[in-house]
Design a protein around this ligand. Sequence first.
Ligand SMILES: Cc1cc2nc3c(=O)[nH]c(=O)nc-3n(C[C@H](O)[C@H](O)[C@H](O)COP(=O)(O)OP(=O)(O)OC[C@H]3O[C@@H](n4cnc5c(N)ncnc54)[C@H](O)[C@@H]3O)c2cc1C
Length: 287
Amino acid sequence: MKPAPFHYERPTSLAEALDLLAADGVETKALAGGQSLVPLMNLRLARPDVLVDLDAVAELRGISRSGDQVRIGALTRHEQTATDALVRERLPLLAHAAVHIGHRAIRTRGTLGGSLAHADPAAELPVASLALGAEVDVASARGARTIPIAELFDGPLSTTVADDELIVAVRYPVDAGRRPFGFAELARRHGDFALTVAAVTLSVDGDGGCRAATVALGGIGGSPRLVGPAARALIGTRIDPAAVELAVASVDDAVRPVADLHGSVAYRRAMAALLTRQAIAMARGAR
Ligand SMILES: Cc1cc2nc3c(=O)[nH]c(=O)nc-3n(C[C@H](O)[C@H](O)[C@H](O)COP(=O)(O)OP(=O)(O)OC[C@H]3O[C@@H](n4cnc5c(N)ncnc54)[C@H](O)[C@@H]3O)c2cc1C
């Protein structure tokens, strides 16, 4: 199928892009990598009047270290997130997660900002960004604000970013980025969207005690999210089998999967528990 007719704009500055998004009375959509929006338009599930192509907006690009954070521009392609030296060194979980996205052709077009804004429940970068405690910088013609990643997702394919706002960049704390991490996902075939995704970070002291932990899951019904009780079950322990069992049990309480073509509720629950266990084991092995 082909998309419904639309008007195409290609702004060359952030201010120009934000002015276009602020226009009243027309449905305006940002176009980043097009890997989610264009299929939706071709199926006529999205019918924007105006498409604002972000590709020439330099302010949305770049990866840099700023104090105790790494800032990644919203237009950063998944392939760059997977291969960039600074991301690999300081945010290895994010680079690792990006490699799992689709196939290379998808990764060379799709962007970090697009992935977070699209908010697919089982997308890799939202889950990794939750585990890393990212902050999302957004802007509109009305001004700029920062959304903690835990407040970004408010339902399947839905975020707290307003229609006239753009994600400009995502900032990741280096401290969380350097922690040992675990990442596990279940996909039917290589390159398929995951059914369930788990990401874990651990901070372990010299005696093997867990000082801090995050557990994030996607593909569990609703939005991807942090599972606080699972992290708390690990903190203050030596991550012994009993603590891991408690963490995994709390995942079962937290998830609300829905049955679909790919699996029953019970199957998805079992996968969430299994992948959490695998991600914790990977993080423990890495410390
Ligand atoms: C065959 C196939 C397989 C795929 N497999 C996976 C996979 O395994 N894992 C995965 O995570 N993804 C997968 N994807 C999706 C891919 O990662 C997309 O790149 C991503 O979901 C959206 O990013 P994009 O840059 O392409 O955004 P677009 O498609 O351009 O936009 C998506 C949405 O985000 C909005 N948007 C884009 N940029 C911004 C911004 N800066 N600020 C505010 N809103 C913005 C758009 O208006 C639109 O609503 C797959 C896609 C395809 C076609």
